[in-house]
Design a protein around this ligand. Structure first.
Ligand SMILES: *Cc1c(COP(=O)(O)O)cnc(C)c1O
Length: 788
């Protein structure tokens, strides 16, 4: 090996130059082989085999008997070794199986990609003195994982017409059951063209001599794929003097013994260490069986001595098939390497591990191809098909984009292919009109056709939990279907999951059709279920007013949603256009009406306009609506698929302790909520008690009384000298401003009256909120306030 020390750029280029491959002069010979095989097929193969391999072959196919004989002919140790290697190769290549996800690039536009095995795989393994059965594993195992439907091996026979038993055993181990006794360029020609016996391959793999290599290049012209462009094997060993010279010398010789054209580069930073390594090479050469080949290969190889800082660049310039990096700089250099086929890191990592048994593939890019090519992997045996599917929604969302681009490229046919479809989905809207609608944001009106579109995608086909009581309808006598306890009878039965009787009672009192009612454990549960049903965690946002009911932000958090708040002005007012602008893009808009803690209302006509304009779902929380029924949106729910009204029995109906809230929405919404709710969310005790309360208590009288008490308290607060502002309320509470509110809050408590300090809420500084209680309670509050 020649040594170059701190080479100039020119010297370096010369040192790293690879021997020129001569392939052109084989062209006519190869094309002769191909045309003969094309004409005479199997007969040509036998003739070439006699001519080049000096053996007469009757049957090109290796028989089962030959496989069995091969298995008997090799040692147990070798069989075990081959099996271990195959296992590791399989493990490593299985890790390359990746399932790719479906991606919805735009709503309704679904794209994905899938690996599909190449149909017919032809493997080539050279024969001769060194039987490369390791290559059989490296090519056969990934093909087995890829499940290529047809896979076979071609390899030349020896003078007795036999195949080396290790090759046959490795083939069986790798799942290759078909082996043909044919080698050289004629084998490649047979795989490319097909003969009576050998099927035409779609892709050819495997190493070979210059004839085989030239034949593979020729095959490409016929449209057959090949694994990678081939050249002589090569290694670059980079090591410093912390590594025993025997390690480095052995690695250099391991490469050199491959063939006289093998290239070996040794990179180090110390000249005397380089000399030591060369002496060690001489010593080891003496006892190497293939010393002749190795010596010749080493003659054209080089030692480069250069400081370690430059190793990274030098390696990338050379782009070695194999890179062995050992010593103090190994981690650092590995980070810098961008061009290499396979990298062996650290003093224990001889290239031989990768050549045989660690699991990585040893079919690697040579001759600098590592700059752009990868070695053989599972990917080499598959092709990846892309798929896509456009739904009506996708057509609507992306159609115009495609039309615009196609027309700009002056490909009207492309544009038309989308236009005809758009027109058929929206027959009454011409596509140019649709574009207009899309631009002004009105296209969402079209998507309002179904509640389905508002439901979180992955919940649309959710199969609900089915309880025993759901499944059995009708009259039974003995119920042994729900693991209840029949020994006791007070509360042993599960309650009606759909609370039919209670819904009828509510329907009578509130004048709301039962089929538009959903019941939950308080409206807090109802709101939570609406959030879950309509929004996708970490993707969607919810919008609500500020200040408003504090649970909205909590629910947003626990449902993983971003929040947008719309700040009200000092009188807690805001324009509709502002609400719509700020809520744009949100999945949910929650409006509390009358608002808590302010008590004011947004009139119905304005709410309807918001519902019409907003693209997502509008939830109107009407916890206090019973005090101002004229503002209720409950009678609009069948007109708008994006409207859900939430009410409760906690406030006006005096049942806060029973926990009954409701969603009022179109029956489609009710069905969807029923699918996701816990099956028995209202206990039988609650259902019975609520029915009784609803039927026996004179609710209208009580509501009237609360309202008149509210007016009494309002008048009182307005006349109070310490109260600076009383906000008009349509609910059963009053928000009022009083400087030093928190002091008065404490003083009220000292006298036994608890109100709510709302000072920390937005635009609510120095405010207290007082609920309307019984006459006696209200008098107590008035009395204490008067004495402050
Ligand atoms: C009190 C209240 C609720 C909660 O009602 P429950 O049915 O008792 O859970 C919901 N929204 C608003 C605005 C409230 O003030």
């Amino acid at each position: 090996m020649k040594i170059v020390i701190n080479p100039s750029e020119r010297e370096l280029a010369a040192a790293l130059a690879r021997p020129k491959l001569e392939s052109a002069n084989l062209d006519s010979l190869i094309s002769d082989v191909f045309s003969t095989v094309e004409k005479k097929r199997d007969q040509a193969l036998k003739a070439f085999t006699l001519q080049f391999d000096q053996v007469e072959i009757d049957d090109l196919v290796v028989s089962e008997i030959e496989f069995t004989e091969a298995e008997q002919a090799i040692s147990t140790e070798l069989k075990t070794a081959i099996r271990i290697a195959a296992q590791n190769i399989e493990r490593f290549h299985r890790s390359q199986e990746n399932r790719e996800m479906e991606v919805e690039t735009t709503s309704g536009v679904i794209c994905w990609r899938k690996s599909v095995p190449i149909q017919t795989i032809g493997l080539y393994v050279p024969g001769g003195t060194a039987p490369l059965f390791s290559t059989v594993l490296m090519l056969g195992v990934p093909a087995k994982i890829a499940e290529n439907p047809i896979r076979y091996l071609c390899t030349p026979p020896d003078k007795q017409g036999k195949i080396h038993p290790a090759i046959l055993f490795a083939a069986k181990t790798a799942g290759i059951d078909t082996v043909y006794k044919i080698g050289g360029a004629q084998a490649i020609a047979a795989m490319s063209l097909g003969t009576e016996t050998i099927p035409k391959a779609d892709k050819i793999f495997g190493p070979g001599n210059q004839y085989v290599t030239a034949a593979k290049v020729y095959a490409q012209r016929l449209g057959i794929a090949i694994d990678i462009p081939a050249g002589p094997s090569e290694v670059l060993v980079a090591a410093d003097d912390s590594i025993p010279t025997s390690f480095v010398a052995a690695d250099l010789l391991a490469q050199a013994e491959h063939g006289i054209d093998s290239q070996v580069i040794f990179l180090t930073n110390d000249e005397s260490y380089a000399q030591e390594v060369l002496k060690e090479v001489e010593r080891q050469l003496e006892i190497l069986p293939r010393a002749g080949i190795a010596t010749e290969a080493l003659d054209s190889s080089t030692v480069i001595v250069v400081e370690a800082e430059k190793w990274g660049d030098l390696i990338n310039l050379y782009a070695p098939e194999h890179l062995i990096i050992m010593g103090k700089y190994e981690e650092q250099i590995v980070q810098q390497v961008t061009n290499a086929g396979s990298i062996f890191i650290g003093k224990n990592t001889a290239e031989s591990f990768g050549d045989y048994a660690s699991g990585t593939n040893h079919t690697l890019p040579t001759s600098g191809f590592a700059r752009a090519y990868s070695g053989v992997s599972l990917d080499s045996f598959v092709k990846k098909i892309t798929y896509q599917k456009i739904t009506d929604e996708g057509l609507r969302n992306l159609g115009q984009t495609v039309i615009t681009m196609a027309e700009a490229e002056k490909l009207q046919g492309h544009a038309n292919a989308v236009k005809v479809r758009l027109d058929s989905v929206f027959p009454d809207i011409p596509s140019d009109k649709l574009q207009e609608l899309e631009l002004i944001g009105k296209v969402s009106v079209l998507s309002r056709k179904s509640v389905e579109g508002f439901i979180r995608k992955d919940l649309r086909d959710l199969k609900p939990y089915s309880s025993a009581r759901d499944e059995f309808e009708g009259k039974g006598e003995v119920f042994l279907d729900a693991n209840e306890n029949g020994m006791v009878t007070a509360y042993n039965r599960y309650p009606d999951p759909l609370q039919q009787e209670l819904k009828v009672a509510i329907s009578e009192v509130k004048n709301i059709p039962t089929e538009t009612i959903f019941l939950g454990n308080g409206s807090d549960e109802v709101l939570d279920l609406i959030f879950r049903l309509t929004t996708t965690p970490f993707l969607d946002s919810v919008t609500y007013l500020n200040p408003s009911y504090g649970m909205y932000s909590v629910l947003a958090k626990i449902n993983g949603l971003r929040t947008k708040t719309i700040d009200l002005d000092r009188n807690f007012q805001i324009a509709d256009s502002e609400i719509l602008a700020q809520a744009a893009g949100s999945r949910l808009l929650v409006l509390c009406n009358p608002n808590n803690p302010t008590g004011n209302v947004i009139p119905k006509d304005r709410l309807l306009e918001i519902v019409r304009e907003f693209e997502g779902v509008v939830v109107i929380d009407e916890a206090y609506i019973d005090f101002c029924p004229a503002y209720s949106m409950a009678d609009e729910v069948n007109n708008y698929s994006n409207l859900i009204v939430v009410q409760t029995l906690s406030k006006a109906y005096g049942m806060a302790g029973l926990r009954i809230g409701m969603a009022i929405a179109s029956p489609e919404w009710i069905a969807a909520l029923n699918r996701i709710k816990p099956p028995y969310n209202l206990s039988s005790l609650v259902q019975e008690t609520a029915i009784k309360e609803l039927k026996t208590i004179p609710w209208n009288e009580i509501k009237t009384e609360i309202i008149s008490e509210r007016e009494r308290l309002t008048d009182f607060l307005k006349s109070h000298s310490l109260v600076t502002e009383v906000f008009p309320s349509e609910a059963n509470f009053i928000l009022f401003r009083m400087p030093n509110a928190s002091d008065y809050y404490k003083k009220l408590i000292e006298h036994g009256v608890v109100v709510r300090d709302r000072s920390s809420q937005f635009n609510c500084s120095e405010t207290l909120r007082v609920s309307i209680g019984s006459k006696i309670e209200n008098n107590q509050f008035i009395q204490i306030m008067q004495n402050l």
